[in-house]
Design a binder for this molecule. Structure first.
Ligand code: SAM
Length: 236
């Protein structure tokens, strides 16, 4: 796990302490164990897990918007990326992990238990449905998401969860500018504004890691998100 702190140094942020490093070690063990029976990750090499799952997830730590956030949600978290690494890095922040697959949520509950994580919940459901629940709608300072949907679809999932003034941080790959072009209308309709596009330099990775920051500027119309499946079928 030492390479994790080397990677954080390269990102210019504070290192993890022994306790946090131990949590990442346990997380790796549970991930690889459950991956034998269920489809959690294609990556099974430990060094690659550290780079492409842990360091990629942690590439946004230290950003002022995240430092000041109290309530964070990860949409379509799967095996917990980027939500669990961010939660381990920031033990005092509240994290909501959301996924539409029940089995993944059961796995996340196991991780939460084993790592003794507090101020975290894993919920089962589709973003389109959960965003209509007043317990979750417009309650978050930051929403994160990686590898879930094209940007116009993702915006309809994410923006309704944010408070006005909150920020959606989207992890994207090399086609990010094409996705941004297609997302102009969605941003207008949902009350969101692209603030920044940044390429992250991840230690030992030869992939392109792009981070988008999108601010929520106005309250989202109650028509959004549309009913389950509709954002994907006919993006805004
Ligand atoms: N974010 C993780 C990562 O980067 O490793 C998982 C990515 S996986 C390709 C996409 C995940 O998004 C799946 O676990 C799927 O169940 C979830 N998902 C897809 N559409 C969703 C929706 N509308 N609401 C909630 N979860 C969704």
């Amino acid at each position: 796990m030492k390479v994790l702190n080397e990677g954080l140094k390269k990102l210019g942020v504070l290192p993890l302490d022994e306790r946090q490093l131990d949590m990442f070690k346990k997380y790796t063990q549970i991930l690889l164990h459950y991956n034998q029976f269920m489809n959690l990750t294609r990556i099974t090499d430990i060094d690659e897990i550290i780079v492409e799952h842990f360091l990629d997830s942690l590439s946004i730590v230290g950003m002022p918007i995240l430092e000041s956030a109290q309530e964070i949600m990860d949409i379509g978290t799967g095996a917990g990326f980027p939500g669990i690494p961010i939660k381990i890095y920031y033990p005092n922040k509240h994290m909501t992990l959301l996924d539409s697959q029940k089995k993944k949520v059961e796995f996340l509950d196991e991780v939460i238990d084993t790592l003794n994580l507090e101020r975290i919940e894993a919920i089962h459901g589709r973003a389109e449905d959960i965003a209509r629940d007043i317990k979750y709608r417009e309650k978050y300072d930051v929403v994160v998401s990686r590898a879930v949907a094209p940007l116009p679809v993702l915006l309809e999932y994410a923006i309704p969860f944010l408070k006005v003034g909150g920020c959606f941080i989207s992890y994207k790959g090399p086609n990010v500018y094409r996705e941004i072009d297609k997302a102009q209308r969605a941003m207008e309709v949902l009350g969101a504004e692209l603030i920044d596009v940044e390429e992250m330099e991840i230690l030992n990775s030869n992939k392109t890691h792009m981070i988008l920051k999108i601010d929520k500027t106005t309250k989202t119309d109650s028509r959004y998100p549309r009913r389950s499946g509709k954002p994907k079928k006919s993006p805004l």
